[in-house]
Structure formats: structure tokens, C-alpha cells
Ligand binder design. Structure first.
Ligand code: AMP
Ligand code: ZN
Length: 462
């Protein structure tokens, strides 16, 4: 069996390292998920697509059932309370609706569902328990209904962001509250007013701080120490720094995760896309105009640690690239054999050049270059030749790690519609011809009438 190492850049060490899981029968990854008060914008989709690509690669290397990927839903948060208050919608309805929309949007980008999707409100008991441990070990204290993490109690606080103490305090933008022992101390638990969501706790009715949510959920589902923790660059500080502080101090110094990975920002005219700047559009908006596969390729077109400046031109380029790749695949009549071939390759753990590029810290631009070269080779080979078929299979096989070229058709339904349409053309029943064209397009196929009534198969991008 061919062994191929995966190299990942670790924010903690600022180095690319050979990835060595704690347990290669259960590789564990946690990625911070959405706060569900509004539809995800395109910047929020970047970590989802990036870590989905890593998830696919890990599943290939370690086996489909040997990777556990947890991505949480933050469904208790002040932004959620504010939105519900503004619109009059109940918190429960708002978070349920937004979670569903998130699943729809990320599904349209062909992101696999994570193995586990814990919700913060389902883990309040674990958060309370974690606070109690931190208090008992002298890392947290109670003040005016709050529980606060005492930053000076942790000798190596700041190891991930490597900021000076002053920078930490300025960057955290935490309130300078009179009950804090130290300006850098952050909230683990806070009191709730009667009209705010809250849970009974040893410190009165209240709700968790954001950071403790992830520590508690990651600990419950992935254990004290797991392999990879991911999120966007903006989460390094304070969110991930504080997750580390909470979990390490509760577990007597055991690391929370070995590898910390952060994606760069998606930008618009070089400004970070964000709700607060107002320069955002939602994934759902974009899906009205562009196929999810095109958007996904655009999100993978830059290396994940680099900024990605998004534009309409980029989408057009990606669309052209995908059309080229699909036409190199040819039509999909051989799909059954193709999948038999794919699963065999999985068993043999074959790594083609595109997969090798991904093993090098998820080098998606290089993987795209490899797929382009493969397509160029395919076009040079005679149609229908075995060699051409073989390379087409390799193209589809490799593209799946990027979550691309997944489009296939229901062949028998397609054949049926095509012959019905031919008949309608013969009878000059043009209304029927058009109606059948629409039905064929619904299958995801664009057809063009040639002089002999031929059609060509290519994905219908909407
Ligand atoms: P938030 O809902 O702001 O906590 O963001 C959810 C995820 O999206 C986090 O991993 C953020 O780091 C990430 N994120 C937010 N804005 C961007 C952006 N413009 N580019 C890339 N990632 C982002
Ligand atoms: Zn988190």
C-alpha cells in the first residue's frame, strides 16, 4: 500500500508539519461553526469549503469511518437575542430556521455534513461542569453572577496568537468591568435578565460565554486532546486562545488540539467581507445566479491561507474551467464502471498528482493546475479510446477530493426524455419539444440542437 504523508501548516508552531494523528483509527477535527442569527455570507462559506476539502482528504487516507469531524452550531449568543428582539421572532424559531438555511447553503456548495454537529444549547450542563472545574483549580472566579477566567493564572496564556499582554488586552476588547480581577480576564458565564434566555446554575440563572461553548462541545465529542482545530483567521484571538486556556487549564495542561489551522479572509476589493462592514452577500444570494459548484471552485481557487479577493470575473473563469473539465469527462454513460473503479482506488489509496498537491498543506491551486493538465492530455486522445477513458476516470477521481465534478445524470430518464423529444421534433410539435427541453435541463443537462438533431451533454449551470 502506498503511504502518503499529509503536511499541514500549524498556526501554533508557525510551521508546516507532518500530520500524525493521535489515533489513526479515529482522526478528530473540530471547526468552529456558525452563530445562527442570519444567513451565511460568502466569507463564512470559505472555512466550510476549506475544511470540507481536508475532511475528504483525511477520509481517503485514514478511511471513511476513521475520521470524526465536529462542527458546532452556536445557538445562544447576544447577536441572536438582539435579532429576535428586533424582529419579534422567537429565538427557537430564528435559530432553527437559520440552521436549516445553513445546511441548505453549505449542501449547495457540496460540503459534506460533519460527522457531529453539536448545538450549544444542548451542552449547557457540560459548560457548567467545565466552569466548576476551572473554579476548583483556581483558574476562574465568581463575581456578581459572572464566572470569569483569570488570565494571569495561566503561565503560557497567549501561545497561539503570540501577542504581548498589552496587545492581548487591547485586542480582546473585553469590557473593563469593576468586578474583574485583571483587565484581560474573560467571561465564562454571565447572568441573564428574566426576559433573556438562561439556565439555572450554581451562580444563578445565566448563559455561557462564547468561548466556553466550543471547549465544552469539543471535549465532549472529541475528547481531551484531538488532532485538528480549525476556523477563520479572525478566530485565533481571542476565541481560540481562550478555548486553549479553558481546556488546557481544566485538563492540567493537556493540549486541546495538536494542529491549529486558519483560513485567510475572503475579501471584496481587498476588504474583509463582513456583516459589520456591510460589504457582504449571502451564499443564498449568489446561488440564485451561479451554480454551487462554480462558487465552490472559486472558493478553492486561492490557497486557503492566502486572502481570496472575490469577483464576478473569478466566477466566470471558474465556470469556464468546470465546463472544460466536464467536457474532458465526456458523457456519463459509463458511470457504473466508473464508480467501481473509484472505490477500488479508494481501497488501494491511490494518490494522483492532484491529491498529492492537497497533501501539501491543501494546495488547491496546484491541484487545479494538475486537473487542467489532465484535461489537456485527455483532449489529445482519440474519443472512445481506453486511454482516454482511463484518464477521464482519473479526472473524476481526483476532482472528488476538491468536492468537484460530482454532477451525473439519471441515464435512463435522460434517454427516455431525449427520444421523446426526437419524436416531438419529427411531428413538429414544438410546444412539446420546448417542454421536454425544460425537463431535460432539470436533470442538469444543457442540450443543443445540431443539424442532425444531435445534442451535447454538458452541465446546465442555470
Ligand atoms: P462568524 O459567524 O463571524 O463567527 O464566522 C463564522 C466563520 O466564518 C469563522 O470561522 C470565521 O473566521 C469565518 N469568516 C468570517 N468572515 C470571513 C471572511 N471574510 N473570510 C473568511 N472567513 C471568514
Ligand atoms: Zn469555537
Amino acid at each position: 500500500m502506498m503511504e502518503k504523508d499529509i503536511f499541514l501548516y500549524n498556526t501554533l508552531t508557525r510551521q508546516k508539519e507532518t500530520f500524525k494523528p493521535v489515533d489513526d483509527k479515529n482522526v478528530r477535527m473540530y471547526v468552529c461553526g456558525p452563530t445562527v442569527y442570519d444567513r451565511a455570507h460568502l466569507g463564512n462559506a470559505r472555512p466550510v469549503v476549506v475544511f470540507d476539502t481536508l475532511f475528504r482528504l483525511l477520509r481517503h487516507k485514514y478511511g471513511q469511518n476513521h475520521v470524526t469531524y465536529a462542527r458546532n452550531i452556536t445557538d445562544v449568543d447576544d447577536k441572536i437575542m438582539a435579532r429576535a428582539h428586533e424582529t419579534g421572532e422567537s429565538i427557537e424559531s430564528l435559530t432553527t430556521r437559520t440552521t436549516q438555511a445553513y445546511h441548505d447553503d453549505m449542501g449547495a456548495l457540496n460540503a459534506l455534513p460533519p460527522t457531529i454537529e453539536p448545538r450549544a444549547t444542548g451542552h449547557i450542563a457540560e459548560m457548567i461542569a467545565l466552569n466548576e472545574v476551572l473554579i476548583a483549580k483556581g483558574h476562574a472566579y465568581v463575581a456578581e453572577g459572572h464566572v470569569l477566567f483569570h488570565v494571569p493564572s495561566m503561565k503560557n496564556y497567549g501561545q497561539l496568537s503570540r501577542r504581548s499582554r498589552d496587545e492581548l488586552i487591547a485586542g480582546a476588547r473585553v469590557d473593563v468591568a469593576p468586578y474583574k480581577k485583571d483587565a484581560a480576564d474573560f467571561v465564562l458565564w454571565k447572568p441573564s435578565a428574566p426576559d433573556q434566555p438562561g439556565w439555572e446554575s450554581p451562580w444563578g440563572r445565566g448563559r455561557p460565554g462564547w468561548h466556553i461553548e466550543c471547549s465544552a462541545m469539543a471535549g465532549k465529542h472529541l475528547g481531551t486532546t484531538f488532532d485538528i482545530h480549525g476556523g477563520g483567521l479572525d478566530l485565533i484571538f481571542p476565541h481560540h486562545e481562550n478555548e486553549i486556556a479553558q481546556s488546557c487549564c481544566a485538563h492540567d495542561g493537556a493540549p486541546l488540539a495538536h494542529v491549529w489551522m486558519h483560513n485567510g479572509f475572503l475579501t471584496i476589493n481587498h476588504d474583509k467581507m463582513s456583516k459589520s462592514l456591510g460589504n457582504f452577500f449571502t451564499v443564498n444570494d449568489l446561488l440564485q445566479k451561479h451554480h454551487g459548484e462554480v462558487i465552490r471552485l472559486a472558493l478553492l481557487s486561492a490557497h486557503y491561507r492566502q486572502p481570496l479577493d472575490f469577483s464576478e470575473e473569478k466566477l466566470q473563469e471558474c465556470k469556464v474551467t468546470l465546463e472544460k473539465w466536464y467536457s474532458a469527462l465526456g458523457n456519463c454513460t459509463d458511470i457504473e464502471n466508473e464508480y467501481a473503479d473509484l472505490s477500488q482506488r479508494h481501497q488501494l489509496q491511490v494518490f494522483g498528482p492532484a491529491e498529492e498537491a492537497l497533501c501539501d498543506d491543501l494546495n488547491t491551486p496546484q491541484a487545479m493546475t494538475e486537473l487542467n493538465q489532465l484535461a489537456a492530455k485527455i483532449f489529445k486522445l482519440p474519443l472512445g479510446s481506453d486511454e482516454r477513458k482511463k484518464l477521464s476516470h482519473t479526472l473524476r477521481y481526483s476532482a472528488q477530493f476538491l468536492g468537484l465534478l460530482y454532477w451525473t445524470i439519471d441515464q435512463s430518464k435522460f434517454d427516455h426524455l431525449i427520444s421523446a423529444r426526437m419524436q416531438a421534433r419529427h411531428k413538429k410539435d414544438f410546444a412539446k419539444v420546448d417542454q421536454l427541453r425544460a425537463e431535460i435541463q432539470k436533470l442538469g443537462v444543457q442540450i443543443e440542437d445540431g443539424p442532425k438533431g444531435t445534442y451535447s451533454l454538458r452541465p446546465f449551470w442555470g
